[in-house]
Write a new protein. Structure first.
Lengths: 626, 387
């Protein structure tokens, strides 16, 4: 018994030792787990917390609504059109083919559409909506909604596309939008969103960032399979701001109605430089860029001689012809090479050395002072003035009047044109001859000027201020600078010099013997002052001249361009109208009547003062009929 | 060893030499231990409440019911005389093996792992039951072992077979994790019974030799578990996904956790099988390191109690039984938590009393009933061998 007890004791002590070893190992193992937990949860906790957040949070950008472009009356000229889309969620539909069959009875689906839908349904996860059809009509949408009980899983939602209600009337000003190109990416994360559009031309391009706004973002909680559980938070982006421009859509339509193909017209507010209308024929429908322009459409546009995509008011380059003579007169007066009363004889030609320069009137104008020179548009008078003044002083004066300089108008791609100088010619490695100066005195030669710059010149002549043509009136309802006449500095031309030129322009229209009596305004509308111009596109040879050639006998594309610059009322200038008729032959015959009609339209349109004081500018964005 | 006054100790000893009354037994039941188990089950209830999406309906209330049932079984078994239990040790073992064979023939197969038999509303996993029966059988065998017998290698062959037969049957299921755990329980009991060091050295050498051959014969999914364990990021959406998501859930819990019902990994289903194998991750995510270590600590107390019971038993049967059951529980806890922390390969082992699943609760409570009996009858006269 004692031995058995002893053995029992020995067995127990072996067990105790070994059990303690085993227990120690076990506690050690549990301690290791505790250590491991500490490492995971505390030491690396932050890393895993980030991973957990990445798991559960899906951030999505939200496209802000693009700002509208409004005309000066607050009418929408570039807005967002609602795009109603039908969507299907496979999970809710259960039997997708059956639901599609029912849907086809309401809104017919083509086989291609159906294949695409079924492919997308198969490929995507079952709770992700698939687009059935975009751009639903109101009627289609209503039919879908009415039949909703038979269409499980189908819903209608709304996106936006850009819409230009004025279509081709304002295309060249407002521009258009298109999907961003690869090169635009990276600049703004917003551009990577599907369906986003960027401005590609005109106001849409110039004010693209303002109109676009800033992207908002939503942070969504998603579960392991990507289903959205809830919206965690939403950072509102900044919606695009509305841009109001100075153009009046109604006037614009009227002006365009008066322009035939090849005709361009610019209407400015003389005192502020605001563009009231700017029309070019032909034009295009900017809505076509929304869905993407087809290759055929593009070919049609670019193959034409008169391509509709180019705004000839800002990008067409022409010699100014006689419309330039006011600049020569002012340069001469400033250079003090003559007085307004100095007379220059005109026998119908002007000899410089061996070269004979012709006046447009082969019988001559007799002896003319400056006012007479302008009234009759006598070439000989301005040959002489140019010779006395010199090309560089003429060019400097032209630049002061906005010719050949960057006018900074909000239309990307606008050309600055060319006003030649001696240095410019020499840079080409050619000498500048006195003969060149003489020719440039009547606005022929190397000049390349846009209709917009000639309109600007006219506004500056009428007001004596350095008004800049511009389009933006308010951004987000806040007026911008330059809407008041006082915002523009004086040109620094003496008033008496300007008066001579203005009187000359008045006489052109309102005096017997003026070159553009046709442009007289009807009684009660004030008086219009203007200047005609016609610029040769082909040189007239001596032979032709001696035979007494007739412009009407020439092929149309050889005929000179017809120009007319004007402002009214004469005693209180408010509006500038500039018209150019390509191959219109004569300024007085082709351009002046159109300009007169446009002036009448403009005056009628703005019977009230056109320039609302700044406080009222903001109200213009709201509809008028309140 | 046990910190008690000799006088009290001796009195108890005399009192319990033979048998004692039911009231005394009830008094002797380790109520503190029962309280610990209730605490563990309560943690399970809270975690399953969260895993069920914030309601008790999905898992938690069933869990409470099962635990209650298990508690009744445990307390009943605690009152049964340990000597009576010992008498039925091999009967239980035989029944366990029979069930393992039955499950191989007739059982239902889950996700490529555990096999179970439906007994009424309960799903019984014989492999879980087998581990407890193995403890009983080995405790009974070594209880009779005298020194000379222990020295005789032939005496070790029957218990070795008693371990290898169920291990082989479980491997056949196939369930690598449980087979390994069963083997380790057997090894621990051999060790505690006093088998010599060098015999274990031979055993490990043999295992080291067989392991590569065995690896070749593993199923592909079993190989995948081992390889993805080595480098979970190598296959983040495939087999490694569970480990990565589990680690993210654990790590993102931080020190104090995300708060009850606030665990994003669990509630958004990034966490796989969150109510069963990955329940600990759920706790660690929502209650942080504090909650995780608290749970781990409570589980450690349960294991420590089993070990203390083993040390206090005055008979080898009770000692070995308590040690085997304690080791069984330890292996559950260790394998499960090591698995979810990415420390060992994933292997379908639940966290006892916390994970959702009926048969695990019942078999664990059955085991604790035996442990309870060993505790209550720790001082009874239970002769090793008749001489």
């Amino acid at each position: 018994m004692s031995a058995a007890r002893k053995e029992e004791e020995a067995r127990r002590s072996v067990f105790t030792r070994r059990a303690l070893v085993l227990g120690g190992i076990q506690l050690g193992a549990l301690g290791f787990l505790g250590f491991r937990l500490n490492k995971l949860q505390v030491e690396e906790g932050e890393r895993y917390a980030t991973l957990a957040e990445e798991n559960r949070i899906s951030a999505r950008l939200v496209a802000p609504p693009r700002g509208r472009v409004l005309d000066r009356e607050g009418k929408v000229i570039a807005g967002s059109q609602l795009n109603w889309r039908a969507l299907i969620v496979a999970e809710d539909a259960r039997d997708v083919p059956a639901v599609l069959d029912t849907f086809s009875k309401i809104v017919p689906l083509t086989d291609t559409e159906r294949t695409r839908i079924e492919r997308e349904v198969r490929r995507r996860r079952r709770f992700i909506p698939v687009v059935l059809r975009e751009f639903l009509s109101w009627e289609e949408m209503a039919r879908i909604e009415v039949n909703a009980p038979d269409l499980p899983g189908i819903s209608v939602d709304v996106g936006t596309t850009r819409e230009y209600p004025e279509k081709e009337h304002l295309a060249h000003i407002v521009g258009y939008v298109a999907p961003p190109a690869e090169a635009d990416m990276g600049e703004d994360p917003l551009l990577e969103l599907p369906g986003i559009r960027v401005g590609r031309a005109g106001i849409e391009k110039h004010h693209d960032k303002t109109l676009r706004g800033r992207a908002g973002s939503i942070r969504l909680e998603v579960n392991a399979v990507g289903r959205v559980i809830r919206e965690l938070d939403r950072r509102e982006g900044q919606p695009g701001q509305d841009v109001q421009i100075s153009v009046d859509a109604e006037l614009q339509r009227t002006v365009r109605g008066r322009c035939e193909e090849g005709t361009s017209a610019v209407v400015l507010d003389a005192r502020t430089g605001e563009v009231l209308a700017m029309a070019t024929q032909p034009s295009f429908d900017p809505n076509l860029f929304n869905a993407g322009v087809t290759a055929a459409q593009w070919r049609e546009w670019t193959s034409k001689r008169q391509t509709p995509l180019i705004n000839k008011c800002t990008n067409g380059l022409y010699a100014p012809g006689s419309t330039f003579k006011m600049i020569v007169a002012l340069a001469a007066l400033e250079a003090k090479v003559c007085t307004p009363g100095d007379r220059v004889p005109c026998p119908g030609y002007y000899d410089l050395g061996d070269t004979r320069f012709h006046c447009w009137s082969k019988y001559g104008h007799g002896s003319l002072d400056m006012r007479g020179g302008l009234k009759n548009s006598c070439d000989c008078y301005f040959y002489e003035m140019a010779k006395r003044t010199g090309i560089d002083r003429i060019a400097a004066m032209a630049n002061r009047f906005g010719l050949g300089v960057d006018l900074e108008i909000e239309l990307p791609g606008t050309r600055r044109g060319l006003v030649p100088t001696r240095a410019w010619r020499q840079a080409q490695g050619k000498p500048w001859n006195l003969g060149d100066t003489v020719v440039h005195g009547i606005g022929q030669g190397f000049y390349q000027l846009t209709p917009l710059s000639l309109a600007t010149m006219t506004a500056r002549l009428a007001t004596g201020r350095a008004v800049q043509p511009h389009l933006t009136r308010t951004i987000g309802g806040r007026p911008i600078k330059g809407v008041r006449p006082e915002d523009w500095p004086s040109l620094g031309i003496p008033e008496r010099d300007l008066r001579v030129v203005r009187e000359g322009m008045w006489a052109v229209v309102n005096e017997t013997g003026g070159t553009a009596k046709v442009a007289q305004l009807p009684a009660g509308m004030g008086q219009l002052a203007g200047k005609t111009g016609s610029t040769q596109v082909r040189r007239v040879s001596r032979e032709q001249r001696e035979r007494g050639f007739r412009v009407e006998a020439m092929p149309r594309e050889w005929r000179p361009h017809a120009l007319f610059v004007s402002y009214a009322p004469y005693d209180n200038p408010q509006y500038v109208v500039m018209v150019i008729v390509e191959h219109g032959s004569s300024g007085a015959g082709a351009a002046a009547p159109i300009a007169r009609d446009i002036m009448i339209d403009t005056i009628n349109r703005f019977r009230q003062p056109v320039n609302a004081p700044p406080a009222r500018v903001a109200e213009a964005a709201a509809p008028r009929n309140q | 060893m046990m910190l008690r006054e000799p006088a009290v100790y001796e009195r108890r000893l005399l009192m319990k030499q033979h048998s004692f009354g039911i009231l005394e037994k009830l008094w002797q039941i380790p109520w503190l231990f029962v309280l610990m188990l209730c605490g563990v089950a309560a943690i399970g209830y809270v975690a399953l409440y969260s895993a069920g999406g914030g309601t008790p309906d999905a898992y938690a209330s069933k869990h409470a019911l099962r635990f209650g049932f298990g508690l009744v079984i445990m307390l009943s078994i605690s009152l049964v005389d340990i000597r009576v239990i010992a008498r039925f040790a091999w009967v239980g073992y035989a029944a366990g093996v029979a069930l393992l064979v039955l499950v191989l023939v007739h059982g239902n197969v889950g996700k490529g792992a555990q096999r179970w038999i439906d007994i009424g509303p309960i799903q019984l996993q014989p492999s879980e039951l087998m581990k407890i029966m193995l403890c009983l059988a080995l405790a009974h065998w070594f209880h009779r072992a005298s020194w000379e017998r222990m020295g005789n290698p032939l005496f070790l062959i029957p218990p070795a077979l008693a371990v290898l037969v169920p291990v082989a049957l479980i491997l056949k299921q196939p369930n690598l994790g449980t087979a390994l755990i069963t083997g380790m329980i057997g090894a621990s009991m051999f060790w505690a019974a006093g088998v010599r060091w060098w015999k274990f050295a031979i055993l490990f050498a043999g295992v080291g030799f067989i392991a590569p051959i065995a690896y070749e014969r593993l199923h592909d999914y079993q190989k995948a578990r081992i390889t993805t364990f080595m480098d979970p990021e190598s296959d983040p959406l495939g087999a490694g996904y569970n480990i990565i998501q589990s680690k993210i859930a654990l790590g993102s819990g931080g020190m104090w956790g995300k708060g009850f019902l606030q665990g994003t990994q669990g509630h958004l289903n990034f966490l796989p099988e969150k109510q069963t194998d990955f329940i600990f991750t759920m706790i660690a995510e929502e209650f942080g390191l504090v909650g995780a270590l608290g749970t781990l600590g409570l589980l450690a107390l349960v294991i420590i109690f089993a070990m203390l019971t083993a040390l206090r038993c005055r008979h080898q049967f009770g000692r070995l039984l308590a040690l085997g059951l304690g080791t069984n529980f330890f292996l559950y806890v260790f394998v499960n938590i090591a698995m979810v922390t990415g420390s060992i390969p994933v292997g379908g082992v639940p966290l006892p009393l916390i994970s959702h699943g009926g048969s695990a609760v019942l078999t664990v409570m059955l085991g604790f009933g035996l442990l309870g009996s060993a505790y209550v009858h720790r001082d009874v006269e239970f002769a090793a061998a008749r001489e």
